[in-house]
Write a protein that binds this ligand. Structure first.
Ligand code: ADE
Length: 233
């Protein structure tokens, strides 16, 4: 899988992809991540990428030419499954969208900033829009990092233990069970007895019940989805 991220401030993304699991996924060639600086695609002699809006409102809008130049350059090399614009107007990102994206081959993530991008780019080039939540960021770079991180960890081979993915929060509309590690007693607080028993069948049952109870208590909306899904099946 390959991500091409187009943005105005690539420095924001440098450390996100050069550490830990995402770094190892690239080293194992399970994913390729390229960050493109819009300033390199500007026609302007000062490498300007934004300009004042025609509406006269405050803030700057990303110009269409650098975005168009960058995408045309990339599309000469390969076909893209999606050109995704990160925007608060988009579909709210979730585990289902991450799973769908993890099955694609080539994805462009286009980051806006502050007042967004020229509408003509949106209409002619963008195939889908994603928001990471109902709040406004100063730019799409952090949103792109979230989308890449959540998607890459679902690619087979990226996370060592495939079984742990199946019990992730949201994968089946349930939150995660609690985790404990050594010591078995810490400041007079004990790890639940069942987890020390070595009885894997009972442990699985205990953890599933805990996930159901926790979701019912903390996330009624997810719990309803969990009940409805299990009703249909
Ligand atoms: N750009 C600005 N705010 C955003 C958000 N909430 N999600 C995705 N991209 C954004």
């Amino acid at each position: 899988m390959r991500f091409d991220i187009i943005c105005g401030v690539p420095e924001i993304l440098t450390s996100c992809f050069s550490e830990s699991i995402i770094k190892r996924a690239q080293e194992k060639s399970l994913v390729e991540i390229f960050v493109h600086n819009l300033h390199d695609y500007s026609n302007d002699k000062h490498c300007k990428i934004d300009d004042i809006p025609y509406s006269g409102e405050a803030g700057m809008v990303l110009k269409p030419e650098p975005i168009y130049n960058c995408i045309s350059h990339l599309e000469k090399e390969r076909k893209y499954d999606e050109i995704i614009f990160l925007s608060p107007d988009g579909k709210v990102f979730n585990q289902k969208i991450a799973t769908e994206l993890s099955l694609k081959k080539n994805i462009i993530l286009l980051c806006g900033h502050y007042k967004g991008i020229d509408e003509r780019v949106r209409q002619s080039l963008v195939t889908c829009e994603i928001s990471i939540g109902d709040y406004v960021l100063t730019g799409g770079e952090l949103a792109a990092a979230v989308v890449v991180d959540a998607t890459v960890r679902l690619i087979p081979g990226v996370v060592g233990d495939a079984e742990s993915l199946l019990t992730d929060s949201f994968q089946d509309n349930l939150l995660c069970a609690s985790s404990y590690t050594r010591p078995s007693e810490f400041m007079s607080m004990k790890v639940p007895e069942i987890l020390l028993s070595g009885n894997h069948k009972e442990i699985r049952k205990y953890r599933l019940l805990e996930r159901i109870e926790k979701t019912k208590k903390l996330r009624k909306d997810l719990y309803e989805k969990f009940l409805n899904k299990n009703k249909d099946e």
